[in-house]
Design a protein around this ligand. Structure first.
Ligand SMILES: Cc1cc2nc3c(=O)[nH]c(=O)nc-3n(C[C@H](O)[C@H](O)[C@H](O)COP(=O)(O)OP(=O)(O)OC[C@H]3O[C@@H](n4cnc5c(N)ncnc54)[C@H](O)[C@@H]3O)c2cc1C
Ligand code: HEM
Length: 392
């Protein structure tokens, strides 16, 4: 599930008394969010220097995400079901960082320190008590979820690179062998850490449905000056050991219906789309699957051979290519992916699956909503997260 909110404050009415106090604090600190974040980490690391080792050396890319998540979760206390799902997944995911139950009070202390310093006009004993209750509830959900997860899954997996195939100047297909069973669903993704950038975790989507040999495949594009992606594309070699967090994400196929699948894969977004196609094939479904594979030019359609092979094998699958600027391949549609999809509609009987750069996902959602597709029939990875960590 996506984070429950995207901003520092959300509009709302009918709040509980605690939620009203919390919202008041958030409104006050919203304009000074950057300073509050810096102060939060300064307090945390000065008072608890041992915790610094859990975090990446450079924390500029996504340093506001921890505090922002606490604040947005606190602002959603009145929606316990959504919170429980989101925080449960977050708590399980925190095991890979080495987070322990004993660390939560330290973060809570830094949180209260930062809030009381930056919400000077609204902070009082009553507000502080509301925040303590909120943070305690949030932490407890994460701690409980992590404890439960500990009974059945490792905190992280080690995975040996078994093949590295440089497909274009900046895209590589990596296949890895996890050190123990790694159950996941087609369409999901995992956080990955490389030996070259310790504690810098980035998300990558599984580019095949679960395989009998247990190997995992990822399609990685090196982004300009991107630390982890460049290391994976230009440096990783067979024998290197990567670390993986648990599988996550909800862009998975609903096998309880026979609705068609409209799949949009932009760039390396074709990886998880290919996984979905394999998943449909394995389930023996004969439901229509329409894939739109977009890239800048025909040269960037690095996995077109695989997609065409799948199309030849499965009569229910149609693959169309869309190129935006450069020369295309034979039969490729010209223009932007969402526009091409719109022109080939209507898509009344389809569920949509979107994977690719955040801009592509946003404009695809707009186009699909514009042609009348209900929001609940459109599935994609977390766009907010991609905005902070960089798109595929
Ligand atoms: C759910 C999810 C699934 C993902 N799946 C994949 C996948 O399957 N394959 C894949 O290659 N990536 C995928 N990503 C993106 C990936 O997680 C990283 O964000 C990406 O590899 C960049 O990480 P980095 O460490 O190399 O760059 P960073 O060091 O984090 O960023 C370096 C700089 O580059 C900028 N930047 C980041 N991305 C881009 C970009 N595309 N173009 C230009 N500048 C950029 C950043 O803003 C920053 O200034 C996925 C992201 C999410 C959230
Ligand atoms: C209520 C409590 C907390 C919330 C809501 C929270 C939320 C988050 C979120 C949303 C992220 C972004 C990456 C991800 O989704 O995994 C994150 C990262 C992280 N969190 Fe937490 N967190 C909490 C408590 C803690 C605690 C107690 C620790 C341990 C000290 C911790 C350590 C980390 C680390 C090491 C990262 C990675 C940072 C990075 O990559 O820059 N978190 N947290």
């Amino acid at each position: 599930m996506d984070a429950p909110a995207t901003g520092w404050t959300e509009n709302g009415t009918d709040r509980s008394p605690d939620a009203t106090l919390i919202h008041r604090t958030l409104t006050e600190i919203s304009p000074v969010a950057d300073q509050a974040t810096s102060y939060f980490y300064a307090l945390l690391f000065i008072r608890y220097p041992d915790l610094r080792d859990l975090f990446p050396v450079s924390m500029d890319v996504q340093r506001d995400r921890l505090l922002r998540a606490i604040l947005t979760a606190a602002d959603r206390l009145d929606d316990p079901d959504a919170l429980a799902e989101y925080l449960g997944e977050l708590g399980r995911g925190h095991r890979k960082y080495g987070t322990l139950p004993a660390h939560y009070p330290a973060v809570g202390e830094a949180l209260l320190g930062a809030l009381s310093r930056y919400a000077t006009t609204t902070w009082d004993a009553e507000t502080e008590a509301a925040w303590v209750r909120a943070y305690t509830a949030i932490s407890q959900i994460m701690i409980d979820a992590a404890a439960e997860d500990e009974q059945r899954a490792p905190a992280r997996w080690h995975a040996e690179v078994v093949s590295h195939d440089l497909r274009t100047r900046d895209i590589a297909i990596l296949t890895v062998r996890p050190d123990q069973a790694y159950p996941y669903l087609a369409g999901q993704y995992a956080a990955m850490e490389t030996p070259w950038w310790p504690r810098n975790w980035r998300h990558y989507s599984f580019a095949s449905a679960p395989r009998p040999d247990g190997l995992l495949t990822f399609h990685i594009k090196a982004v300009p000056a991107g630390w982890v992606s460049s290391a994976l594309v230009y440096r990783a070699r067979p024998g290197d050991i990567l670390r993986l967090g648990p599988p996550t994400g909800s862009m998975t196929v609903d096998h309880s219906t026979h609705t068609g699948l409209l799949c949009l894969g932009g760039g390396t977004g074709i990886g998880p789309i290919k996984a979905l196609v394999e998943d449909v094939a394995e389930h023996g479904d004969r439901r229509p699957v329409e894939v739109f594979y977009g890239a800048r030019s025909g040269h960037d359609l690095y996995d077109i051979d695989t997609m065409m092979r799948l199309q030849k094998t499965y009569p229910w699958l149609e693959v169309r290519t869309v190129v935006s600027t450069g020369p295309g391949t034979e039969g490729a549609l010209k223009g932007l992916l969402p526009e091409a999809v719109r022109q080939c509609g209507p898509w009344h009987e389809y569920d949509a699956y979107l994977s690719g750069p955040p801009g592509m996902i946003r404009s695809s959602v707009d186009v699909l909503r514009g042609i009348g597709m209900p929001a609940e029939r459109i599935r994609h990875d977390c766009v907010e997260e991609m905005t902070t960590t960089g798109p595929a």
